[in-house]
Design a protein around this ligand. Structure first.
Ligand code: GCB
Length: 640
C-alpha cells in the first residue's frame, strides 16, 4: 500500500501538493479596449513528453531553466490542441504523466518599458494539472483542465533588458481519486505479464482523456489600477429591465467608476456611478432563447470606465461586458425564462474532433453552431465539463440556452467522496461560477453527471455542494444529472430540476424497442411522484455506425437509431404537457472514448458523425425540433 502510494506520488508529483489555493480576483474574459491590448500565443510551441520511468526527469534536469531544445529533442506542437492525436506515435497518444510546452513571446516595447502597464499571462485550459514558469521563474500552478487561470507577469518582463520572454508550461494528465474528473492509476505488478513499473489509468467516464493546452494561451494588458471583476444580475419590473451591477477594482483605492448601458444600436439607455448600483431600462428588450421570440438573444453592452487618480494624473481603464436582461425560475412542473415556460429541445455535446481532440477550433465551433441552428436546437448541456469561454459567448449571441456542467463525472468510488474531493469540487464550482456568472445563456448549473449517489457519503457531499453553489449564485437553479438505472435518488431532494439519463432498449432490453414507452413513462411518473419537480430527459440515444442500414431495424443501424428516438418521442409528447421540461439527445456528434469492447473507435451515439455529417437520426430530430418550435409561433426562418 505504502509502496503503491509512493509510486503514485512519483508519477503525479505536484498534483498532490497544490490543494487549497484560494480563489483570487475576478476572471473577466480578456477583451481589447482603449486601455487593454491582447496578444495571442497560438501556433507552434516546442514540446516534449517526459517518458522517463518516474516521469520526473524534466524537474530533475530543470527543463524550465533553459530553452527546451537545448536539453534534448523536441516536437512542434500546435496550441490550442490536444497533443494525443497530432503525431504518429502511439505511445504519445496514450501517454500519462508530464508533458512540457515552451515558447518565446516577443513583447511590444511599451509593455516592458511602461511601469503603468500590467502584463497578464492567461491560459484558457491546461488539462489536467499545470505548472508555469516565465524565464525560468516559477509563477503559477493550477489544478483542473477545463477552466482558465492567469497570472500577473509584469515584474518578470519589465525593467530588464529583454523584449521577449520564455514561457514554459508543464502539464500532467494524471487523474487521482480526488481530481475532477477522478481516475485511478493502477500498477500491474505481475512480472510474468507486465514489464517492471507498468501502469494504466482507469476512469469511470466515457470520453477519451485528451490532454494538453486545449484553449487559447494569451497575454493581455491592463493599467496597474484596473477593473478586476464585474457581476451583473438582471431582472424585470413590469416593462422595465433592471441591471444590478457590482464592480471590483484592484490596484488603488483612489478611483471613480462610471457605467453606461448601451442598446444594440449603440444608444445609451442608462448610466450610473460607483462600484455598485442599479440601471433601469424602460421598455427593455429582454434576452430570449432562439426560437422563443422573434428577436432572440438581445444583448446590451455595459461599458465600465474606471478613472484612477495617480501621481501622474488620471489613468483610465475600460471594459465592456455584453449583458442580456432575463430571468429564470422553476416551479413544480415548469422551467420559466422571462416568466414563460421554456422547453429544452437540444443536445449534449463534447469538445471533441479529429486530430485536435479537445483543442479549441473556430471553424469547428462555427460548424457546430450552424448545425444547431439547422437542427432547430435551442439548448445544450456542457456535458461533462465547462466548455471554452468563446462557446459561452456564442450562446449568448445566438440565444442557445446552456446547462453549465462541472467536470464532476465518473464520481463512482467511495474515495471520490472524501473531504479532499469535496473541497476541490467546491473550488471548481467557484471557478466555474466566477467565469460564467454573467452569461445570460447559462440558465442552470449542473454540479455532476451520474455520481454514485446511493453511496453513504454521497448525501452529505451533494447537500453541501448544491447549497454552496446556490450560495455562490442565488439566481440560477442547480441540478446534478442522474441515471434511470439508479433507484429514485434521494440526492434529488436537493436539486431544483430533475435531470435523468436513460438508455432503454440499448444497455438493457437491447433490441426491444417496443418496451421503451412503458419503461420511460414509469421513469417519469416515479420521479415526479417522489419529488414534484420539473424533469429533463438529460440523455437518451443509441449508437449507430454511419452507413449501416438494416430494416427491420437492428442495433447499430441508422434505422434502429431513429426508431429508438421515435419511441422516446411518443412519451415526451405526452409528458411535456405535464412536467417534462426538456429533452437533450445523447449525443450531438460521435466522439472518442477509451478503447473498450463496447466502443467502436469511440462512442457512436452522435446524430452527426465526428466529422459533423448527419445520420438518419439527425433528420428525425430536425423535423421534431422545428415542429416544437413552430408551436410557439416564433420560429425564425432565416436560420433554417
Ligand atoms: C451516460 C453518460 C455518458 C455516456 C453515455 C453512453 O449515461 O452520461 O457520458 O457517454 O451514457 O453512451 O453510454
Amino acid at each position: 500500500m505504502v509502496r503503491m502510494l509512493a509510486l503514485v506520488v512519483a508519477v503525479l508529483g505536484p498534483v498532490l501538493w497544490g490543494r487549497g489555493l484560494a480563489l483570487q480576483g475576478g476572471m473577466l474574459y480578456p477583451r481589447e479596449s482603449p486601455s487593454r491590448e491582447r496578444k495571442e500565443l497560438g501556433g507552434l510551441w516546442s514540446f516534449r513528453a517526459d517518458f522517463s520511468d518516474n516521469r520526473r526527469r524534466g524537474f530533475e534536469q530543470q527543463w524550465y531553466q533553459r530553452p527546451l531544445r537545448e536539453l534534448g529533442p523536441t516536437l512542434d506542437m500546435p496550441v490550442p490542441s490536444s497533443f494525443n492525436d497530432v503525431t504518429q506515435d502511439g505511445k504519445l497518444r496514450g501517454f500519462i504523466g508530464w508533458v512540457w510546452y515552451e515558447r518565446e513571446a516577443v513583447l511590444p516595447q511599451r509593455w516592458t518599458q511602461d511601469l503603468g502597464t500590467r502584463v497578464v499571462l492567461r491560459i484558457g485550459s491546461a488539462h489536467y494539472y499545470a505548472i508555469v514558469w516565465v524565464n525560468g521563474v516559477h509563477i503559477a500552478e493550477h489544478e483542473g483542465g477545463h477552466l482558465p487561470f492567469e497570472v500577473d507577469i509584469s515584474k518578470l518582463v519589465q525593467g530588464g533588458p529583454l523584449g521577449s520572454c520564455r514561457i514554459t508550461i508543464a502539464v500532467n494528465n494524471t487523474l487521482t481519486p480526488n481530481t475532477l474528473p477522478p481516475g485511478t492509476i493502477l500498477y500491474k505488478t505481475d512480472s510474468s505479464k507486465y514489464p517492471n513499473g507498468y501502469f494504466v489509468q482507469n476512469t469511470r467516464f466515457d470520453f477519451f482523456n485528451y490532454a494538453g493546452l486545449h484553449r487559447p494561451v494569451l497575454l493581455y494588458t491592463t493599467p496597474t489600477t484596473y477593473i478586476d471583476d464585474i457581476t451583473v444580475i438582471t431582472g424585470t419590473e413590469q416593462e422595465c429591465g433592471v441591471v444590478n451591477y457590482q464592480i471590483s477594482v484592484q490596484g488603488s483605492q483612489h478611483f471613480e467608476l462610471e457605467t453606461r448601458l448601451l442598446d444594440a444600436e449603440g444608444q445609451v439607455v442608462a448610466h450610473g456611478e460607483g462600484a455598485q448600483g442599479q440601471l433601469r431600462v424602460p421598455n427593455a428588450h429582454l434576452w430570449w432563447p432562439y426560437l422563443m421570440h422573434s428577436y432572440p438573444a438581445y444583448l446590451y453592452s455595459l461599458e465600465v470606465r474606471l478613472t484612477a487618480q495617480t501621481t501622474a494624473g488620471p489613468v483610465p481603464d475600460f471594459y465592456t461586458l455584453p449583458v442580456g436582461i432575463r430571468t429564470v425560475a422553476v416551479t413544480d412542473h415548469q422551467f420559466l425564462i422571462n416568466g414563460k415556460p421554456f422547453y429544452f429541445h437540444g443536445v449534449n455535446k463534447h469538445e471533441d474532433a479529429d486530430v485536435r481532440g479537445k483543442g479549441f477550433d473556430w471553424p469547428l465551433l462555427m460548424k457546430d453552431f450552424n448545425l444547431l441552428h439547422w437542427l432547430g436546437a435551442n439548448s445544450f448541456r456542457t456535458s461533462h465539463y465547462p466548455y471554452a469561454e468563446e462557446v459561452m459567448q456564442l450562446c449568448d449571441r445566438y440565444g442557445i440556452v446552456i446547462i453549465d456542467e462541472s467536470p464532476g463525472v465518473g464520481i463512482m468510488l467511495p474515495e471520490n467522496f472524501s473531504n479532499m474531493s469535496l473541497a476541490h469540487h467546491l473550488e471548481v464550482m467557484e471557478e466555474l461560477v466566477r467565469r460564467d456568472k454573467n452569461h445570460p445563456a447559462v440558465v442552470m448549473w449542473s454540479v455532476a453527471n451520474e455520481p454514485a449517489s446511493s453511496l453513504k457519503p454521497a448525501n452529505y457531499y451533494f447537500k453541501t455542494l448544491i447549497a454552496h453553489t446556490k450560495a455562490l449564485d442565488p439566481t440560477r437553479p442547480v441540478t446534478y444529472v442522474t441515471n434511470s438505472n439508479f433507484d429514485v435518488d434521494l440526492g434529488a431532494q436537493y436539486v431544483d430540476v430533475i435531470c435523468v439519463n436513460s438508455y432503454y432498449s440499448w444497455y438493457h432490453d437491447f433490441g426491444h424497442l417496443e418496451v421503451i414507452p412503458m419503461q420511460l413513462a414509469t421513469q417519469f411518473e416515479n420521479w415526479h411522484r417522489t419529488f414534484q419537480k420539473p424533469i429533463i430527459q438529460s440523455e437518451y440515444g443509441a449508437d449507430s455506425i454511419a452507413g449501416f442500414h438494416q430494416d427491420p431495424p437492428l442495433m447499430f443501424s441508422e434505422e434502429y437509431h431513429r426508431s429508438l428516438l421515435e419511441q422516446y418521442h411518443l412519451v415526451f409528447d405526452q409528458k411535456r404537457q405535464e412536467y417534462v421540461v426538456g429533452e437533450l439527445i445523447w449525443n450531438f456528434a460521435d466522439f472518442m472514448t477509451d478503447q473498450a469492447p463496447l466502443r467502436v473507435m469511440g462512442n457512436k451515439k452522435g446524430i452527426f458523425t465526428r466529422q459533423r455529417q448527419p445520420k438518419a437520426a439527425a433528420f428525425v430530430l430536425r423535423e421534431r425540433y422545428w415542429k416544437i418550435a413552430n408551436e410557439s409561433g416564433h420560429s425564425l426562418p432565416y436560420f433554417r
